[in-house]
Design a protein around this ligand. Structure first.
Ligand code: AKB
Length: 315
């Protein structure tokens, strides 16, 4: 990973990944791309940036060729809740974007990473300690694109020997860039509202467990997996990874330890609740631990302390 092109760099993962890789390897080591070029944006202004619609294969190939990248990290995709509102567009963006990115990786012999998600599981998947290899019959368009993506990445590896790698991310919690349109977003919103209003109205129902992870662990996982010894990788794509699993009452309690007056009520959104209900309670990350030493640093308490401290200085 000497010269990395990142698609969807203005999203929640991309903005932090680009910053970390540039800090580690130099500003010119990352070519950040996204469909728009906003003004006064750190990711855009801190190093090479190109406007790229990932459904445009020729432009993607040209940028990767011009900058002579050796790695492609493909992040551009719609998240679960918005994908469910626009399923045809979600298929078009998530799948055409991925096929184009895999083709560029094949053409230029690039290392390749793309994230899958806990959304690749469905109601018939075992809900607790969900195994790495198990039933995957998701009932959302997001999940359909994620399972298809996992299979495509495996295919490009076995058929064309592209060095594809990936993880199934849980809900990601961060303080720099807001997530856009996910089901797990409540676990980010809650921190902002706790500081702004001292109150949060949760769109996810009490008792709904979902896997989560703090962004520094997610960025660390991408970098670690991309640097992992290929000989050790049995699964390659779609490794289950998680750092914690909680339900809304538990994140509320963690925040109350820091902000005792914080209160939470519920106004459940049926659409996002249905998605959450189709996902696992808690997945098993033992293959990631065994094959590339995945080891998250933050639990709910440590994450909550850091989130609130960081957000206090930003809000
Ligand atoms: C979402 O909620 O859509 C994402 C995910 C778990 O993939 N955060």
């Amino acid at each position: 990973m000497h010269k990395v092109m990142v698609t969807g760099c203005l999203g929640q993962i991309g903005s932090e990944l680009v910053a970390q890789l540039r800090a580690q390897n130099g500003v010119d080591s990352v070519i950040a791309t996204d469909i728009r070029r906003p003004d006064h944006n750190e990711t855009v202004e801190s190093g090479p940036f190109e406007v790229l619609d990932v459904t445009d294969y020729d432009r993607m190939l040209k940028i990767a060729t011009d900058y002579q990248v050796d790695t492609l990290i493909h992040l551009a995709a719609l998240l679960s809740a918005v994908a469910e509102e626009r399923p045809q567009f979600a298929w078009q963006l998530n799948m055409t974007g991925l096929v184009n990115a895999l083709e560029v990786a094949r053409e230029l012999d690039l290392k390749f990473f793309t994230p899958s998600s806990i959304g690749a599981f469905g109601p018939s998947t075992p809900k607790d300690n969900t195994p790495q290899d198990t039933i995957q019959r998701p009932t959302t368009m997001y999940g359909v694109t994620k399972v298809s993506g996992e299979l495509l990445c495996d295919y490009y590896h076995t058929k064309y020997e592209v060095d594809t790698r990936g993880v199934r991310f849980p809900g990601l919690i961060s303080y720099k860039t807001l997530p856009g349109g996910g089901t797990t977003d409540y676990a980010v919103d809650i921190y902002y509202e706790a500081l702004r209003k001292g109150h949060y109205e949760s769109f996810i129902k009490e008792g709904t467990y979902m896997d989560m992870m703090y962004m520094p662990d997610a960025i660390g996982a991408i970098i670690k997996l991309m640097n992992a010894d290929p000989e050790r990788l049995i699964h390659r794509n779609a490794f289950n990874i998680t750092a914690m699993s909680f339900e809304p009452e538990q994140i509320k309690a963690a925040i109350q330890k820091e902000l005792p007056d914080f209160e939470m009520t519920y106004a459940v959104d049926p659409a996002r609740q249905a998605i959450a209900d189709s996902w696992p309670n808690q997945i098993d990350a033992s293959c990631a631990k065994a094959e590339w030493d995945f080891e998250p640093q933050y639990d709910l308490e440590a994450m909550t302390k850091d989130m609130l401290a960081q957000l206090k200085t930003r809000i």
